[in-house]
Design a protein around this ligand. Structure first.
Ligand code: ARG
Length: 465
């Protein structure tokens, strides 16, 4: 009924029932109830402090809002679709509860700046959670890196054996990726840390409001600088969803490797039973469902980003109802990213590493061929020539069914006079790994130092929280 609506004055006919349902956002924006109430309390206190509404009214409003908060938390609040969204559900209930006074709350404010502040408050908190989960995941990776120091595995390019590396080095590659994700989350939280409230519908307000005071109460570092932009901007959601897409891309690559590594062909790792499922027909199966699902969920996070970019494209300034379509993809991204990070943090910690199988795989595929070439270079041979010599030796080994380290010294000398007996020590897998000592390399001492650095850094940032 139009007379129940907070905007009913101009209307003589009730809203069509399906239109009401179609335009409502309460089903999904009710999750911002805490932020909506916090924002309203800060706004009311500012109105009172500035003499815009009587101080006695502020007390009644704050008290009323706190009761509503308690009701929602106790599950006793009846959300109504005809009141459209979380903002009007709460405001209407306030007026029912405390009468006339409640109707003063919306002075100098619009739902346009209200929704903008709610989402920012909500997202700022949630990014904190995402950061905590990222931190837990890098903790699990560092744990595995430290537990398995010395375990050698094949490194790949084109998914073909390339050079031997430490399993720990492979884990630390993911730590680097997730640390960049963490940095992107912090950056985007910093950029969204400004209060949009006070923009009014689009042009500001005629009342002598104090935006800085509201910002201070709500813990914003700054206030936004242009009222039109304040209510039109959803960059903060897009930035978060872009950062989330990159993060999910990392999780998806990791998933792919875990799935490969747990196949019987690779058999590099075993995921704990609690993270796998069986088959209803094939009794032998243990399927890596969790990484498969995370790989799949990457698609929805990309899709959510595309959805909101497309919603925002070509919208004229300032607020348009299209923008109500921001919340579902944003919330879905948040839930998906948090869930995926949480499950990965636990799964990785429990993962078992099959060191002998990894070592044997690294010994196949001529992973030490580059090191033979490097050996020849150290005897003075130009690299291109060395490459050619080793290429021929590999071809010979393939024909003979031998590994490079199985060639006799005479066989070696048939390829190059410069190859001495010290070749054998130079091309063991350990020697290959440990020779890569420069910053960023896979040598044991280097990887150990990196683990130390990363752990110290973790402690430092945990201390600064
Ligand atoms: N439910 C709306 C949204 O999520 C709130 C803002 C509505 N503003 C308006 N002028 N209709 O976007």
């Amino acid at each position: 009924m139009s007379k129940d609506k907070l905007w009913g004055g101009r209307f003589s006919q009730p809203t069509d029932a399906f239109v009401e349902e179609f335009t409502a956002s309460i089903d999904f924006d009710k999750r911002m109830y805490r932020q909506d109430i916090r924002g309203s309390i800060a706004h009311a206190r500012m109105l009172g402090r500035q003499g815009i509404i009587p101080l006695a009214d502020v007390e009644a409003i704050v008290d009323g809002l706190q009761k509503i908060l308690a009701q929602i938390e106790a599950g006793e609040f009846d959300f109504s679709v005809s009141l459209e969204d979380i903002h009007m559900n709460i405001e209407a209930r306030l007026s029912t509860a405390i009468g006339e006074t409640g109707k003063r709350l919306h002075t100098g404010r619009s739902r346009n700046d209200q929704v903008a502040v709610d989402i920012r408050l909500y997202l700022k908190e949630e990014i904190g959670e995402v950061i905590n989960y990222l931190d837990r995941l890098t903790g699990s990776l560092l744990f595995q890196a430290e537990e398995n120091l010395g375990v050698i595995m094949p490194g790949y390019t084109h998914l073909q054996v390339a050079q031997p590396i430490l399993f720990s080095h492979h884990m630390l590659a993911y730590v680097e990726m997730f640390r960049r994700d963490l940095g992107r989350m912090e950056d985007c939280r910093k950029r969204m840390d400004a209060l949009p409230l006070g923009a009014g519908a689009l042009a500001g307000t005629t009342f002598p409001i104090d935006r800085e005071y509201v910002a201070e109460q709500l813990g914003f570092a700054d206030v936004t600088r242009n009222s039109l932009d304040s209510v039109s901007d959803r960059d903060f959601a897009l930035e978060f969803m872009s950062a989330s897409s990159i993060l999910m891309m990392h999780l998806s690559r990791f998933s792919e490797e875990l799935i490969l590594w747990s196949s019987s062909e690779f058999n590099f790792i075993e995921l704990s039973d609690s993270f796998c499922t069986g088959s209803s027909i094939m009794p032998q199966k243990k399927n890596p469902d969790v990484p498969e699902l995370v790989r799949g969920k990457t698609g929805r996070v990309y899709g959510n980003l595309m959805a909101l970019l497309t919603v925002m494209k070509a919208l004229p300034l300032a607020y348009n109802k299209d923008m109500q379509e921001d919340k579902e993809p944003l919330f879905d991204t948040l839930d998906t990213v948090k869930g995926s990070l949480k499950i990965f943090a636990d799964m990785i910690r429990e993962m078992k590493v099959n060191a002998p199988v990894m070592l044997e795989a690294a010994a196949r595929g001529f992973s030490n061929a580059t090191d033979v070439a490097d050996y020849l270079v150290r005897t003075g041979m130009p690299f291109r020539e060395a490459h050619e010599v080793v290429g021929k030796s590999v071809r010979y080994c393939v024909e003979q069914g031998k590994r490079l380290e199985e060639l006799s010294h005479d066989e070696w000398r048939s390829f190059s006079e410069s190859i001495g007996k010290d070749i054998y020590d130079a091309i063991t897998l350990e020697a290959c790994v440990n020779a890569r000592r420069a910053t960023g390399g896979t040598a044991g001492e280097r990887v150990k130092a990196e683990i130390g650095r990363l752990k110290a850094d973790k402690q430092r940032t945990a201390g600064s929280e």
